[in-house]
Write a new protein. Structure first.
Length: 457
């Protein structure tokens, strides 16, 4: 790129570079970042984005295999969504939640047109964590119970109860006020806690374990079981057939509310509108965020089953948010969902996963000793990297990083790929709209980066 070339947002490269330098200085002086030791980070400045790509502060184009935080399901700067936000801003920017407004009503209608019958009401939040907070509050008020069961190896958000519910190491320093949350082991055959050798054994033993935890905690004290339908940040562990149906059966037997956290896996990521559709089970509450409007404006929510919604027909629901159903956010959701329908984005995610990403990753696994397992569906895949295939020792310890992982991630970036990495895993989570050529380009960069990991074995 020449200094006078234009980025997709119309900025000249030399202008973008100057702006990026200033942005970086201001960031380091004034911005306090999430989940980070502030003095040890060096955030990449992003100056532009379009489709499956972002541009850094030097004007380098990177293929976004992270979808940022796994939210840009429809790709960056989708013109219909950008136009809808601008049109809504011109029409009505903000309105208090007690009033009805067209964008919020239409977003609720569109969202529930993709959920099973009986799940017809939406409470809007600002993001995924507060969606989970409110789902738990609804379950507690509905059942009159207080305990909540969630799995180890899960992420449910950074707010108080949501971080308590989280079953990954980010909970540890935040666990001072554990609010009735009990963790259990979910199915994960590659690192089975149950000495299982087949998916079926893993499923049966994980369900027996959950049943035992329910008995030990006292069913009459348990308000909800909260599960990511496919745990995302913790490793994209697609549950074995029958697991979600088994959880549904345990909930039904004990009057426990089944909350499916679809914040990351929902809205097309697994090749279905919601990931629980892969299993034979319908939850009572569905929490969502990210993909609902691809994160263009912050939005989350809870889809509520009729019986739980009826609890609040003649009793006020004790909770609310100033920006619940914010017009700009819900207008973005309306445009996103319509575009996903019109452009068959969910079907595309299923096909590209089955025909291009899955086979491509399995091909990489043939050639790289560092790959212990490949798992996923749609545009939601994880590479489990190991120091030794036989012992399955992770390439970085649980809850931490390693030079081998850091160098592999750096090689991805140097090659023009922005990956999503966590501990010993690299996740391949591009937008649902990624093309076959883009996938091949990304896998070729990943192929070279994995040589770096192999070099450490
Ligand atoms: N639940 C799941 C499954 C998530 O992956 C996340 C975020 O990554 C959250 C909840 C929290 O969402 P937010 O960061 O929008 O609060």
């Amino acid at each position: 790129m020449n200094a006078t070339d234009l980025l997709p947002n119309g900025l000249r490269l030399d202008e973008a570079r100057a702006e990026a330098r200033r942005t970086y200085e201001l960031d380091r002086a004034h911005v306090f970042h999430s989940w980070s030791a502030q003095a040890e980070i060096s955030p990449m400045t992003i100056t532009a984005s379009a489709g499956s790509y972002v541009w850094d502060g030097d004007g380098n184009r990177l293929l976004d295999f992270s979808s940022q935080l796994v939210n840009t399901n429809i790709g960056h700067q989708h013109p219909k969504v950008v136009a809808a936000i601008a049109a809504q801003a011109a029409k009505l920017c903000t309105i208090a939640p007690q009033h009805a407004n067209d964008a919020r009503s239409e977003a609720a209608r569109l969202i529930t047109s993709h959920t099973p019958d009986g799940l017809d009401k939406v409470f809007f939040t600002n993001a995924g964590a507060d969606a989970n907070e409110h789902a738990v509050r609804m379950a507690r008020l509905h059942t009159g119970r207080y305990k909540v069961l969630t799995r180890y190896r899960s992420y449910h958000g950074g707010t108080d109860t949501a971080i308590n519910m989280t079953g990954d190491p980010r909970r540890w320093p935040n666990d001072h006020a554990n609010s009735g949350v009990v963790h259990f082991f979910g199915p994960f055959l590659y690192r089975s806690r149950f000495h299982a050798e087949t998916e079926q054994q893993e499923c049966e033993r994980a369900l027996a374990h959950l049943d035992e935890v329910v008995r030990m905690e006292g069913p009459s004290t348990i308000a909800a079981i909260v599960l990511e339908s496919v745990p995302g940040t913790a490793g994209i562990m697609v549950p074995p057939p029958g697991y979600l149906a088994g959880v549904r059966e345990i909930c039904d037997r004990h009057g426990i509310v089944f909350i499916a956290d679809e914040v990351m896996a929902g809205f097309g990521r697994t090749g279905r509108w919601f990931a629980f559709e892969h299993g034979d089970a319908v939850p009572d509450l569905i929490t969502f965020a990210k993909g609902v409007n691809s994160g263009y404006v912050p939005l989350g929510g809870v889809v509520i089953d009729a019986e739980i919604a009826a609890t609040f027909d003649h009793r006020p629901y004790p909770g609310g948010l100033t920006y619940s159903g914010h017009p700009l956010a819900t207008a973005a959701a309306v445009a996103t969902i319509r575009a996903m329908e019109d452009e068959h984005v969910v079907e595309h995610a299923a096909t590209i996963g089955a025909e291009v990403i899955g086979p491509g990753l399995h091909d990489l696994a043939q050639r790289h000793r560092c790959i212990g397992e490949i798992r996923g569906a749609g545009v939601f895949w994880a590479l489990e990297l190991v120091a030794d295939r036989d012992s399955r020792e992770p390439l970085a310890p649980y809850g931490s990083s390693s030079p081998a992982m850091n160098e592999t991630i750096a090689a991805c970036k140097a090659g023009g790929l922005l990956p999503f990495a966590n501990f010993n895993r690299i996740h391949v989570v591009p937008p649902c709209t990624v093309t076959a050529d883009e996938v091949r380009e990304g896998l070729a960069i990943l192929d070279r980066a994995l040589d770096v990991a192999d070099g450490h074995l």
